[in-house]
Design a protein around this ligand. Structure first.
Ligand SMILES: CC(C)(COP(=O)(O)OP(=O)(O)OC[C@H]1O[C@@H](n2cnc3c(N)ncnc32)[C@H](O)[C@@H]1OP(=O)(O)O)[C@@H](O)C(=O)NCCC(=O)NCCS
Length: 179
């Protein structure tokens, strides 16, 4: 096959038709990827955030939401709230481990930096903790949140963003951490 025709990972902003597909990714990601860290009841409570698809869509539309595609099909998404916090980051289990999460997170870090954020925060799931560790996020506090009848643990992690944020010339590679 011509390498130019090989399906590639790409990013685009969320479109109005996306939320039902993103809700599917959200549920599948929680169900298949987080079982080592959360009980079935906890996973169910977590995934129930997409039960009301209108509310789910409104939440994503109210944030800066990017979609990762592979060969044009949505395989993951991430959202930035208040230009300071990664709210959601979910990759479909069939696409996990292929760079979509990193591509989404890179883009949010660059966008937040370009808009003046000095640091980015995430309440990381226990599942994603290693992912954020690797990207230079530092654990600050351990939290327990209630969702329905369930208690779920997560960790607030923070990454300082470089000063060169909005510079187009600085779009490749990892951003240097402010020291
Ligand atoms: C966390 C998540 C978004 C990562 O997405 P992904 O597309 O699988 O990650 P990538 O393929 O881009 O991985 C990037 C790097 O992080 C590493 N990595 C990914 N997940 C990791 C984990 N859980 N622990 C440690 N390292 C991890 C990869 O090995 C890769 O390393 P490399 O650059 O040395 O090759 C995905 O696993 C997911 O959706 N998890 C379930 C939902 C969840 O917990 N979301 C977070 C809510 S805060």
């Amino acid at each position: 096959m011509n390498p130019r025709e090989m399906p590639k990972l790409a990013l685009r902003p969320m479109l109005p038709a996306d939320p039902p597909f993103l809700a599917e990714i959200f549920r599948a990601s929680i169900e298949d990827l987080t079982a080592d860290d959360y009980s079935a009841a906890q996973q169910e409570a977590w995934a129930s955030a997409a039960d009301d698809e209108e509310e789910f869509a409104a939440k994503l539309a109210g944030e800066l939401t990017l979609v990762a595609t592979f060969g044009g099909a949505a395989v993951g998404f991430a959202s930035l709230a208040d230009n300071t916090r990664i709210d959601m980051l979910y990759v479909h289990p069939t696409a996990a481990g292929q760079g979509a999460g990193a591509m989404l997170c890179d883009a949010l870090e660059k966008l937040a930096g370009a808009r003046g954020a000095k640091e980015l925060t995430v309440d990381s799931s226990d599942t994603a903790r290693g992912f954020f560790d690797k990207r230079g996020y530092v654990a600050k506090t351990r939290n327990t949140v209630t969702v329905g009848d369930e208690w779920l643990a997560n960790t607030t992690m923070v990454k300082p963003l470089g000063d060169e944020g909005g510079n187009d010339a600085a779009t490749d590679g990892d951003r240097e951490s402010a020291s």
